[in-house]
Design a protein around this ligand. Structure first.
Ligand code: KIV
Length: 272
């Protein structure tokens, strides 16, 4: 059995075998997204087990309406920034739309770049049964893969919107296919809690839920949602543990007022 020290006591980056072993020890896995060095340092120091450079960066960092336009170069850039800020967490980089669907060869080369040039420990890609060949090809190339089933945001055009996915048999087959193809973990997004629990009980690899209830082996949230940076966007599955959007706005407003009133800089901020 792999020994899994708690994040605060771990003095090395979490390994893929340690991540997997957390399931057998029934230790909840904590993941969050991050997109730059400062965020990476903060979430790593907070003791998360895994950090995902998600293609959600298209929406929360770039301000786009969906994830479809995110490129491999962009994920690579953000992965490099995040890698520099992590000491303990497992770093997973998302494979963006069309970076793994065209051919197995292209998928291996692209995933390899996220590992070699980005410093990621693993990659994540979407799809269950439909992605089993590509998962197996990456694993054959020694690239650890995290699957992603349920609501897969890259399928937005086919699905017609962001909706809870309820097709139980299909979801169970997807999870099974991802595990059999050799993935070390799987994200389950926007799936009824009962189905996510059934999936968790049916596969040997950790399930990481987002909008999939408390029965998963771990949870992931988008950092901007967790911090309350966009209060106008709060889906049911999100819990904001801070309201940093309000705090940032108030801080910048206070700075602007002090500059306009001649109160900043004060003598203690000046060189003489
Ligand atoms: O891109 C992302 O941030 C994700 C998580 C929501 C799982 O895929």
């Amino acid at each position: 059995m792999v020994n899994v020290p708690s994040p605060s006591r771990r003095n090395h980056a979490m390994t893929v075998p340690e991540f997997v072993a957390a399931k057998t020890r029934a230790e909840p896995l904590v993941m969050v997204t991050a997109y730059d060095y400062s965020q990476a340092r903060l979430v790593d120091e907070a003791g998360v087990d895994g950090v995902l450079v998600g293609d959600s960066l298209g929406m929360v960092v770039q301000g786009m309406p969906d994830v479809l336009g995110v490129t491999l170069e962009e994920v690579l850039y953000h992965t490099r920034c995040v890698a520099r800020g992590l000491k303990h967490a497992l770093l997973v980089a998302d494979m963006p739309f069309l970076s793994y669907q065209v051919s197995l060869e292209q998928a291996v080369l692209n995933a390899g770049r996220l590992i070699k040039e980005g410093g990621a420990h693993a990659v994540k890609l979407e799809g269950g049964v439909r992605s089993r060949e590509v998962i197996a090809a990456l694993v054959r190339a020694d690239i650890p893969v995290m699957g992603h089933i349920g609501l897969t945001p890259q399928s937005l055009r086919r699905l017609g919107g962001f909706r809870v996915q309820r097709a139980k048999d299909q979801l169970l087959q997807d999870a099974q296919a991802v595990a059999e193809a050799g993935a070390f973990a799987v994200v389950i997004e926007c799936v009824p809690a009962e189905i996510a629990s059934a999936i968790t009980a049916s596969i040997p690899i950790p399930t990481i839920g987002i909008g999939a209830g408390a029965g998963c082996d771990g949870q992931i949230l988008v950092l901007h949602d967790l911090l309350g940076l966009y209060p106008d966007f709060r889906p049911r599955f999100v819990k904001s543990y801070a309201e940093l959007g309000q705090q940032i706005r108030a801080a910048v407003r206070a700075y602007a007022e002090e500059v306009r009133q001649g109160l900043f800089p004060a003598p203690e901020h000046e060189f003489h």
